[in-house]
Design a protein around this ligand. Structure first.
Ligand code: MGD
Ligand code: MGD
Ligand code: MO
Length: 769
């Protein structure tokens, strides 16, 4: 196996800042993806993986949840998908000596980048209470230690079980089954920090917390409004769908405080024109909105729809649809007409002319899709903002019709599937009843903790045991200082991981790391090679087949880890045959087919090359399982984020070379940054107002109502064309600044996109001789 690569920690002194790019992908995209892959994986492994990535019968890309088109290309992947595959499948291993050479205190000083670069984890390790080192343990011993701890708790609710969204349907199903059989609904997940606002707003208004479109709808639409999303980096294959839509005559409107490269111009690496030409202009209209201004914008557009209807009655609003399928229209009309344009201008920073223009585009279009991601969901008023997206679509019947609909674009590749499988602290009774019937035990009914409440429960000592099925919650959750203290206060933390991250260094009295296989790897169990299945952002479910041998012989799959742990913990307390499920994942799928609606004949359909699309009431038949039995047009009082004098609003986002807390490199090509991450992007006029200059080092401090000090010292200011008053910095580093009690109303998602901050020049301490 490959030797450890030397990893130097680059300092900020090496950082360079250039002009932001105006276009995304194209040749540099392809080269950037293949070059490191070949170097790190070798030619044979690269070929095997890249020719089966997202292909029928191959494996599903573990980067984002973007769907695969029916007609796949030879290379149906993007630069960032290739990075994710390379990161996982690179056969560099953490050596056994690592654990004696590095204490946990040592690891605390390392960056996420350094930790990830140490290679794949290969054997279970345990940090006994009072020790500062992990030491290798056998799998059996690891399960005994965890099982004994769980069984010693005063109540099952003293344990919490987190899931990140890479986990397959099969692993997620057995995991939630184990946790509920153990006796708790404490099943927080990354979705709590991601699209929870979407799930809530859509479940309430249209009866399903998922996209109401299918992939093909992008080909039939006339207008796509992309809100709060940076597809060029986070869903690069969406650019192909946008380009195709444009070629079919659709218009595209981008709403974003930043002029993101992928929203401006796209050079398609699959087409000769993309390689040599100017590429395709993506956005016909770019609305450079202020952070948190979207609710105001959406209300203003709806107001114009209603006004147009009043000017020409019966020609604008889809009255037949409204009458048959919706409730709340009359109240909405009254409210919409009262929307104050002056407030809208203040909230959005847009001009009336810009708002009139986007309204005119919406009125002209007969089929509109609105897509959104974290720029919408991670705000205080996120849930109401998404309800306004639904309102606007419903007014013109844009749900349940070809080429039209609401399309949240999910993050993690199987975050949506994990939810469908029951990873949620608030699963409805219908699901729990089905679980009880299938497995003959009584699942707990009381709702569990979500990600934020889980941290508070640890702070209070109510949660004493914490397990993570993937992910890196310590780094991903807000308020790093408080979150880390909460984790350190627990009795045991357990991480199922592929690679090292911060959550392995910030631990309870006792800690374990259980190394696991990734989706690229061939998973052989007692009955032979297994495959798993996943659900993408447009509700299509399909198989994923590992392609290369695991990087190390001793690795267990996530399914195997859960089944072994369940046996070690529960013994025969519940009549569940974990061994049968572990030996043959088809057995798990058979259980799923009887518990989860829409999964009949699951084994066969997941195994077929095409997979299948889950039933979806709004999309298929305009049925809406809501409180009124109709799609609900709702009235939401307009609120926008006020920015206290002298402060900026800071959003925390992703660079081009990271996957959430995993840092692939220190570059952010499209934004012109090389070899550095400690930057704050600020509008030049704001810099002038604050008396700061480009390149200066500043302390970034959160302005909050408590007396906790949240500050990042010595970050470099980068002059950047962001909306006025709106700054940006990279997460996870900037999570230090996001207050724990700053959460979206209703969904409890951290407000990662609007932190009030001050910027003050960093005082360089006089050198002490
Ligand atoms: N390569 C790569 N792919 C990924 C990920 C990754 O880290 N790397 N992460 C995955 C995950 S889990 C997720 S959830 C998705 C995230 O995908 P995105 O949501 O695209 O991710 P962010 O980087 O958070 O970008 C948020 C975007 O919203 C804009 N924005 C911020 N606030 C506002 C606002 O108030 N209004 C509007 N209109 N826009 C706003 C920002 O300027 C930025 O363009 O990507 C997934 N795919
Ligand atoms: N400030 C701020 N905070 C944010 C966000 C933001 O925009 N701003 N975004 C939020 C969002 S949208 C999300 S989704 C969360 C993400 O939060 P998480 O999902 O918790 O974090 P990740 O960084 O995706 O997790 C990476 C780790 O997962 C492990 N891993 C990778 N592949 C596998 C696998 O196949 N199996 C297992 N078991 N482990 C694996 C590796 O050890 C890796 O270190 O962060 C949230 N936090
Ligand atoms: Mo996410």
């Amino acid at each position: 196996m490959t030797e450890q690569p030397p990893v130097d920690d680059v300092t900020d002194a090496d950082m360079t800042v250039g002009e932001p790019k105006e276009w995304a992908a194209g040749v540099p995209g392809v080269l950037h993806s293949m070059d490191p892959a070949i170097k790190q994986l070798g030619v044979a492994r690269t070929l095997k993986l890249m020719t089966s990535l997202n292909q029928k019968g191959g494996f599903d890309c573990m980067s984002c949840a973007w769907p695969d088109p029916d007609h796949r290309k030879v290379a149906e992947f993007c630069e960032n998908g290739a990075k994710a595959v390379t990161w996982e499948a690179n056969p560099v291993l953490v050596p056994r000596t690592f654990w004696s050479e590095h204490s946990i205190t040592d690891l605390l000083d390392k960056t996420e980048y350094w930790l990830g670069m140490q290679g794949r984890l290969t054997e279970p390790v345990w940090k006994p209470a009072g020790k500062d080192h992990y030491e290798p343990v056998s799998w059996q011993r690891a399960f005994e230690i965890i099982g004994a701890k769980l069984n010693g708790l005063a109540s099952p609710d003293e344990a919490s079980f987190y899931t990140s969204g890479r986990t397959s349907n099969e692993a997620a199903f057995v995991y939630q089954l184990f946790v509920r059989a153990f006796g708790t609904n404490n099943l927080p997940d990354c979705s709590n920090m991601c699209h929870e606002s979407t799930s809530l707003a859509m479940a309430e208004t249209v009866g399903i917390g998922k996209s109401t479109i299918a992939y093909d709808d992008f080909e039939e639409t006339e207008l796509i409004i992309v809100m709060g999303q940076n597809p060029g980096t986070n869903h690069p294959r969406m650019l192909t769908a946008l380009e195709d839509a444009k070629q079919g005559g659709a218009e595209i409107v981008a709403v974003n405080p930043l002029p993101e490269a992928g929203l401006r111009r796209y050079k398609n690496p699959q087409k000769v024109r993309g390689i040599v030409g100017h590429g395709t202009q993506i956005a016909d209209q770019f609305l450079q909105i202020r952070l948190g201004g979207d609710m105001a914008l959406l209300q203003a557009i709806s107001k114009r729809v209603i006004q147009a209807e009043q000017a020409a009655p019966g020609t604008v609003v889809d009255h037949a649809f409204i009458a048959e399928h919706t409730s709340g229209y009359e109240d909405f009309v009254e409210h919409a007409l009262r929307v104050d344009d002056d407030e809208v201008v203040r909230a959005t920073g847009l001009t009336i002319a810009e708002i009139d223009e986007v309204a005119a585009r919406y009125l002209k279009s007969k089929r509109t899709i609105i897509t959104w991601a974290m720029g919408i969901t991670q705000h205080t008023k996120a849930v109401d903002t998404i309800k306004e997206i639904i309102n606007l679509l419903l007014l013109r019947g844009n749900i349940g019709r070809p080429g039209a609909g609401a399309s949240p674009i999910r993050g993690h590749s199987n975050v949506q599937g994990d939810r469908t499988m029951g990873i949620w602290e608030q699963m409805p009774d219908t699901f729990l009843d089905a679980l009880a019937k299938e497995f003959h035990f009584e699942p707990p009914r009381e709702h569990g903790v979500d990600a934020l409440k889980g941290i508070t429960a640890m702070q209070r000592g109510e949660v004493k045991f914490w397990m993570g099925m993937g992910g890196n919650l310590v780094a991903a959750i807000s308020d790093t200082q408080l979150a880390e203290a909460a984790f350190r206060g627990t009795e045991m933390t357990v991480q199922v991981s592929t690679k090292l991250n911060r959550s392995h260094a910030v631990v309870g009295d006792e800690a374990l790391i259980l190394p696991t296989m990734g989706r690229t790897e061939i998973d052989v169990q007692a009955s032979g090679p297994q495959f798993v299945s996943v659900e993408d952002t447009v509700c299509s479910v399909h198989g994923s087949h590992g392609q290369v041998p695991p990087v190390a012989p001793g690795l267990l799959s996530e399914v195997a880890i859960v089944c072994e742990l369940a046996r070690a913990t529960l013994g025969d307390r519940v009549p569940i045959d974990w061994s049968a499920m572990q030996a043959d994942y088809g057995v798990i799928r058979d259980h799923i087919s009887r518990v989860v609606p829409g999964f009949d004949d699951y084994s066969r359909r997941a195994g077929s090359k095409e997979g299948f699309v889950l039933p979806n009431g709004p999309r298929d038949s305009r049925t809406f399982e809501t409180a009124t039995g109709k799609a609900m047009i709702t009235v939401n009082e307009l609120e926008h984020v006020e920015r206290p004098e002298g402060t900026l609003l800071l959003q925390t986002l992703r660079s081009h070379d990271q996957y959430n807390t995993t840092i692939y490199s220190l570059n952010d090509r499209y934004r012109g940054i090389k070899k550095g991450r400690h930057v704050v992007f600020v509008n030049p006029l704001d810099l002038a107002d604050l008396g700061l200059t480009d390149g200066q080092l500043v302390d970034v401090t959160t302005v909050w109502h408590d007396d906790v000090e949240r500050v990042l010292h010595g970050w470099r200011v980068v002059e950047y064309p962001s909306a006025r008053g709106c700054a940006a910095a990279y997460f996870p580093e900037a999570n230090v600044l996001v207050p724990l009690d700053s959460a979206a109303k209703g969904s409890n998602t951290p407000v990662s996109k609007a932190v009030p901050v001050t910027l003050m020049p960093t005082r360089v301490p006089a050198t002490v001789g």
